[in-house]
Design a protein around this ligand. Structure first.
Ligand code: ATP
Ligand code: MG
Length: 145
């Protein structure tokens, strides 16, 4: 199914009233993918961004084109993820050890689901993070010529 990614984002962000800045800069926001999977992937990243930003959340959702791909980026100013956990958070049931790090409820499913969706569509997932400063998750979707 051909999707207008900007239209999908515009629909799903209506659920988030505050503290979400949306910048849709991609000039070619059209991809061939499953609508529900794309929606669920972005929703999972947004939910995490808010969950793991306990104070003064400023969450940014952006799209842009880069190297022949459409990039969807979700950036937060939350607790961040320490380097040793970064590759593990995409595994099923993995959660960064709680306690003094965070005490947010969850099953550790969301990112493994995003990972599965990305794999099935040949999308690239990237995570940049700084502890105590925030995280940025990017979904990079190759555009077909
Ligand atoms: P679920 O999504 O199943 O409700 P969850 O949010 O704990 O539970 P994931 O979404 O898979 O599970 O995330 C795995 C772990 O990665 C989280 O428990 C958290 O430790 C860490 N994490 C995910 N997103 C962020 C983020 N934006 N900032 C900081 N840590 C994050
Ligand atoms: Mg989650």
């Amino acid at each position: 199914e051909w999707l207008d990614v900007h239209q999908i984002i515009s629909l799903l962000v209506t659920k988030y009233e505050n503290n979400l800045s949306v910048q849709l800069k991609a000039t070619e926001p059209y991809i061939h993918a499953d609508r529900m999977h794309l929606t669920n992937a972005i929703t999972n990243l947004l939910d995490n961004a808010f969950k793991y930003t306990p104070e003064n959340p400023v969450i940014q959702l952006k799209t842009f084109n880069e190297n022949g791909s459409l990039v969807v980026s979700v950036k937060d100013n939350g607790i961040g993820i320490a380097p040793e956990h970064r590759s593990k958070v995409f595994k099923k049931f993995y959660r960064v050890p709680t306690g003094n790090v965070h005490n947010v409820k969850g099953f550790g499913i969301g990112l493994s689901y995003v990972h599965q969706i990305a794999k099935a569509h040949h999308w690239k997932l990237q995570l940049d993070s700084e502890e105590g400063k925030g995280s940025e998750f990017k979904i990079s979707i190759p555009l077909k010529k």
